[in-house]
Design a protein around this ligand. Sequence first.
Ligand SMILES: *Cc1c(COP(=O)(O)O)cnc(C)c1O
Length: 393
Amino acid sequence: MAREPATPALSSGRLTIDLGAVARNWQGLDAICTNAKVAAVVKADAYGLGMTKVAQSLYAVGARFFFVATLQEGVDLRAVLPGAHIFVLNGLWPGTPALYTEQRLMPVLSSMPMLEEWLRYCLSIGSAFPSAIQFDTGMNRLGFRIKDAEWVRQQITNAGYKPQLIMSHLACADDPAHEKNRTQLALFQSLLTHFPNVAASLANSGGTMLSKNYHFSLTRPGIALYGGAAVSGRKNPMARAVSLLVPILQVRDAQTGETVGYGATQTLTRKSKIAILSCGYADGLMRHLSGSNRRSGGKVFVRGQFAPILGRISMDTVAVDVTDLDEAVPRPGEFVEILGANITIDDIGAMAGSISYEILTSLTGRYDRRYINAPPAVADTEHEAAALSLSAQ
Ligand SMILES: *Cc1c(COP(=O)(O)O)cnc(C)c1O
């Protein structure tokens, strides 16, 4: 990588987000969901990539359904996309139905208190505001139990209410061989018999790739849009959306027997050249990527080769071993790859004992963020609310 001395980034890392890749990934999933609509999950600031830019790009290529986690995220997304259909996964926060309806946000109702408060509000206003109802089919996270289906059906029937979506969430969609996928699918199908003519949604990214049986009316991919491998043990078909380059601050010579970093966990067994990078755990470089004599840590890519992390990762810096680089010793100001063509978000997730999701959502540090390849923006006139048209299967 070329040396870039007086960088305008003022010695912080450079995080590049390829909005064209995110948009292509959505289009790729849209192409395989021939009978279902494809939503986009943009919670947690679009997995750390930046909700505003990501959502605008996805809207530009045709996405109209979006999922966020919190009410605040819903309010923020509404300000950006006046015409989108927005579901709030964490449901109805007590005392806030009016805020949802003013903002045209749809809560994912997951408990009796949530459903009762929503129906009471709809009756008081005399309007059946749209929502989704979530059932738990085997994850013990949010959602009604299956045995409550009849109670839910009675409540909505008594209120003259019809939800926009019945949904559930898969626990093991990243593992196609896992029996739980079939069990959850069967439970979901039996659940839907209580709610004929209501649209349904089950699949996250992994579920979308499992088979068409999991698609129903609406799929809900997140990680696949951002380039992560949604299904383990298969070639990842998605385009890479993120790269992270960080600069070298100093290259130092160190002697056999000396130690590197806090806790002196790594003793050098040879004369070494160590590059100190301007990136630490405060920038999302998880401390679990630290190296020691007992356990090798993560690695970075510099001058065409991998260089292992030495010792504990500090808040603002990390040491890497560049002794074995074939080419000339790298120089201060030169950028090395933490994430990119040679190290994927899944690679670093595995090295960190974590997952691509947590790697992405941790990239909140002091980066010079650049967005590239954004699709042409949608004209203001096309931001009018499109009809909420989801068909039951
Ligand atoms: C986060 C989330 C998704 C998206 O999951 P991915 O694995 O990132 O595709 C879909 N549905 C629900 C309920 C979620 O919480």
